[in-house]
Design a protein around this ligand. Sequence first.
Ligand code: ADP
Ligand code: MG
Length: 635
Amino acid sequence: MSAETTAAKYEFKAEVKQLLDILVHSLYTSREIFLRELISNASDALDKVRFESTKGTDILDNGIALEIKVDFDEKKKLITISDTGIGMTKDELITNIGTIAKSGSAEFLKQLKENKTDANNIIGRFGVGFYSVFMVAEEVVIKTKSYKKDAPAVEWRSNGLGDYEIIELNEKLQRGTTIEVHLKEDNKDFAEKYRLETIIKKHLNFISFPIYLEKEKINTIAALWREPKSTIKKEQYDEFYKFLTYDSEPPADVIHVSVDAPIQFNALLFIPKKTYDFFGMNREDYGLDLYVRRVLIQHKNKDLLPEYLGFVKGVVDSEDLPLNISRETLQENIIFTKISQNITGQVLSYLIKKAKDEPEKYAEFWKEHGRYFKLGYTDFTNADKFQQLLRFNSSFNNDSDSLTSFDEYVSRFKEDQKEIYYAFGTSRDAVAQDPHLEIFKNKGLEVFYLYDPLDEFVLSSIRKYKDYELKSVDSIDLKNLDKFKDLEEKKEKLEDLSKDDSRHFDSLLARIKDILGDRVTDVKESKRLSGSPAVLVNPDDSMSSTMQKIMRMTNKDMSVPKKIFEVNRDHKLIRNLLKVFKANSKDEYITNVTEELFESALLLDGSLTDPHKLVSRLNQMLEQSSEWYTEIKKL
Ligand code: ADP
Ligand code: MG
């Protein structure tokens, strides 16, 4: 073979020309991705040669260090990227670089044609691979030597405008590929140390081969998620977590997932000890970092986990996704969807196990992240797991901090119980005072106490746990409670009313209804009360009061909802009222007491809009009673 070899000219294939034409003229602002593409190609080439080596193939320069070097020359406006990877033969150069075989670039062109979108907007979404270098370069030179010993080294050069040249080199090159990027004048600032270092750290920190920038190793953090779990120490997880999140404390939980079949991916997920402020400023600050073979594809991807698991931090690394997949097509990608389903399931299973094995730790988790987690009531696919993980305070608990799960509640069911009951209030004391609960207390029925309006939203949305309906205590059909016996006979029970008095009582109810008019739908004798004289209830099986309130708030409806006013005829106050009524059915005292009871009931219900009347009436009645009191006491 002679020492001189002549350069042969080749034309790019039509679709490559089209693509190059767009890239060469693009004013795209994130042109730095060219470096990501070139270094990830180098990393792929190193992976390939390592694979050949493990297969026992006869390889040129077997044993040289597998590494990537990035050098630059500011004056020459030059960046050089070299690797000791698999290299390319002349034929491979022509097929790999001269034609578009890869889905990313083809897809890019397709979208461009279909949508007539501005190329600048979509370049970032597609890696467009090797060709992206022409966004910044006026000339590119590739020198490459294949691992195949008898293949000559070749040089490829092009200005990206239509054709390229290939020369066979006579000089002996070491195995691998060197790419010279001669920068355009207005992109010369890429040939600068800090700039290059920043880009490499951002996109390529976890490449498994060392990347040297002018002899200095840049990627210092190992891609921990790819290491076998048994070899990783807790400190390494902690350190990685802090690097990832800037959290000063170690994580509460580490979930390390390695899946081989049917799809291959690794995920390293963390649950922080403390919640971030999801409902405030940082609402958008969630998501997992998505890598494809150690190259960062998307920071804080929001579709790998459903939003309610947004407190989970971490990375996912897929073997099977293409490097230059676009964000738009990700969601429709079946591999991506499978990964997402898999890790969602793994996180939920992890939590279920934690709740079972370490209930105290789970309670801590719940306190920090429960508020956010509850939003998962919309995840129908994982409804089973989600519901198992819900926690509420309950009448069974001794204090407001203790938590009860559905399963625990169900395990304490009374015989024949088929419903789960809940009550809403601003605090444990407030719920415990709620007259609606009296009948549940008398019958020893457990009731979930909800203090967060969201809880009611969650329960009324899921409606059922297993086969058991969830019922708000203020909209329950009392007949369903008849089968449960009272725990003990009511204390200080008043004598039953005589037939005659029963009739008078019915007339009293009619009088009360007269007074309240269309502010109530009906006035009835109550079967649910023991300690309170009266209560407002929703018609059977209607929406609970809190839900009505939420609905009214969202509709900006300020009117007071109409309810049934129930009166407890076995209450001392009502018995006295009956006496007054029998003497004079039009006595003003009846009106005052009725108004007072009604407005107090509204107050407890959270529906009293103006307390002025209630207070002045109360003061007036207190004044009267003080006179009677001083008379009786002969003061
Ligand atoms: P992709 O990486 O998605 O295949 P690229 O446009 O980035 O698409 O690269 C095209 C092809 O060129 C690669 O598949 C590979 O075969 C070849 N190639 C690019 N860079 C190198 C390199 N540094 N060493 C060996 N082969 C390379
Ligand atoms: Mg590539």
